[in-house]
Design a protein around this ligand. Structure first.
Ligand code: SF4
Length: 476
């Protein structure tokens, strides 16, 4: 997947002008976020807070002892007959998949939704090497046909209208342009059934991997995940190394919070647990089961005590759904696989801070993401830390506009002198008069305010300063 994080501002401007993207984004708050709130209310906020605290403690404990639990997971899985591979980066991870596929004569692979496979750019590698990867999650399938990347962690094709999908299926699957959503889904189902039966390998992601039993858990709403794990003769699961949890009970806590935070469901339609390949006494299941545990920059997060918390993320997407920036610009603007508030932390660390230097600033720091997060990740704190790193590190690594530099320098001089501040205030109050309507200024004609007031009103200076009001009150 191409990384375009450097174009965040241009891509955001484009998204703001795109009517279809804006219409789709309105569903994020009215759909997902409302559903999450309903699910929390149904449980009562006290119970929800208990679950959040439990989940937080499980993740903190596991990340602190990650090497222990990864070793335990490996032992258990190998005991169950699985093969466990470790990949330090995307190149190694792709090479492992390719090697297993080639050595077993694999020609077709069905894939269930996996963000980590997007992260490592697996489809491109497979295609280049003559192996056909087929996305089988409906959203991912639409994107594969459209040659696009995911827009949201949970709903990858959220930005597409029904008409766009109908036109796409008409071109690719020869369905009617007027087909209903049900008919489009059936067409995809028919097409994918044949692919499942033909596939030599199934690739899935991993929601959680249980160390004590050597089990991977998949939470899905379509049957494609279970079919990818059970029909092809080889099942290969890909996971970021932070996905391990110690016990089945811990996994059950995650099962209570993830669907509620993601889509407002009490539980996903399918919960699939896989503990290895088919046993001799079992009738179905794969002959081989492989797990690839991927680092790809996560060790950098692990080493940094201030950013380690980002590894607690369970990819529910709740922080995206509540973020005013994501709600305005959508997922593609962030330029890589992980969008929204958590993406603004993970992406700069995994791809390089200098390449994604606008992302830590793509937040109002309102704190809504922290409140929504089911594992209580303090996203604003880490965004501030990254901003600090950018300021104190390589000074050239953030493209600061000249107007911003001038404004900050001027502000610094004014705030250091009471006299200058009072003078600037009187001057500002006088100059703003022709532009002020009520308590706000609108459509200021000169930069840098012209851009800001194109979309929003700018509060005007109050007639009297706080200092003057305070002095007057003090003696009354
Ligand atoms: S940071 Fe929290 S809210 Fe955002 S995707 Fe991760 S777990 Fe969900």
């Amino acid at each position: 997947m191409q990384i375009t994080t450097e174009q965040f501002k241009q891509a955001s401007t484009k998204a703001l002008k795109n009517g279809q993207i804006q219409r789709s984004l309105s569903k994020v708050s009215s759909g997902f976020e409302q559903a999450r709130r309903r699910a929390v209310n149904e449980l009562t906020s006290d119970v929800w807070e208990q679950y959040r605290e439990q989940a937080r403690q499980i993740k903190d404990h596991t990340i602190e002892n990650l090497d222990y639990y990864l070793n335990l997971l490996t032992d258990r899985l190998e005991h169950n007959g699985a093969v466990v591979h470790f990949a330090k980066d995307s190149k190694e991870a792709n090479a492992i998949v390719l090697d297993v596929a080639r050595s077993r004569g694999v020609k077709t692979i069905t894939k269930s939704k996996s963000m980590v496979s997007e992260e490592i750019g697996l489809n491109e590698v497979l295609e280049t090497n003559g192996i056909e990867p087929i996305e089988t999650d409906l959203g991912e399938y639409i994107l594969q046909l459209a040659n696009e990347t995911p827009f949201h962690l949970v709903a990858p094709a959220l930005h597409k209208s029904k008409k766009e999908v109908a036109d796409l299926f008409n071109r690719k699957l020869r369905t009617s342009k007027k087909a209903s959503i049900g008919a489009l889904t059936l067409a995809a189902r028919r097409e994918l059934r044949g692919k499942f039966l033909k596939a030599d390998m199934g690739i899935t992601g991993v929601n959680f991997a249980v160390a004590e039993t050597g089990t991977i858990a998949l939470f899905t709403n379509e049957g494609n995940g279970r079919m990818s794990t059970s029909i092809p003769r080889i099942h290969m699961a890909l996971m970021g190394m932070e996905k391990v949890v110690p016990t089945l009970e811990d996994m059950a806590v995650m099962l209570r919070i993830l669907p509620r935070a993601a889509t407002g469901q009490r539980i996903t339609s399918y919960v699939t647990l896989v503990s290895g390949p088919r046993r001799p006494d079992e009738e179905d299941g794969p002959e081989e089961f492989h797990l690839v545990v991927i680092d790809n920059g996560r060790s950098k997060l692990l080493r940094d005590p201030e950013l380690r918390e980002a590894l607690n993320c369970i990819r529910c997407g709740a922080c995206l759904n509540t973020c005013p920036v994501y709600q305005s610009v959508g997922g593609h603007a962030y330029g890589w696989v992980y969008p929204g508030p958590i993406g603004s932390i993970i992406t700069p660390v995994l791809t390089g801070l200098s390449k994604a230097n606008d992302l830590p600033f793509a937040s109002t720091l309102c704190g809504a993401c922290k409140d929504a997060c089911p594992v209580k990740i303090n996203i604003p704190r880490m965004l501030i830390k990254l901003r600090k790193d950018l300021k104190e590190g390589d000074k050239s690594s953030r493209n600061v506009a000249i107007s911003e530099k001038v404004a900050v320098t001027l502000w610094k001089h004014l705030t250091l002198s009471t006299g200058k501040m009072a003078f600037a205030r009187s001057l500002g109050t006088f100059l703003q008069r022709p532009l002020t309507r009520g308590k706000f200024m609108k459509n200021i004609p000169f930069p840098p305010f012209s851009k800001w007031t194109k979309y929003r009103d700018f509060p005007s200076l109050a007639p009297r300063s706080f200092k003057k009001i305070w002095e007057k009150r003090k003696w009354q």
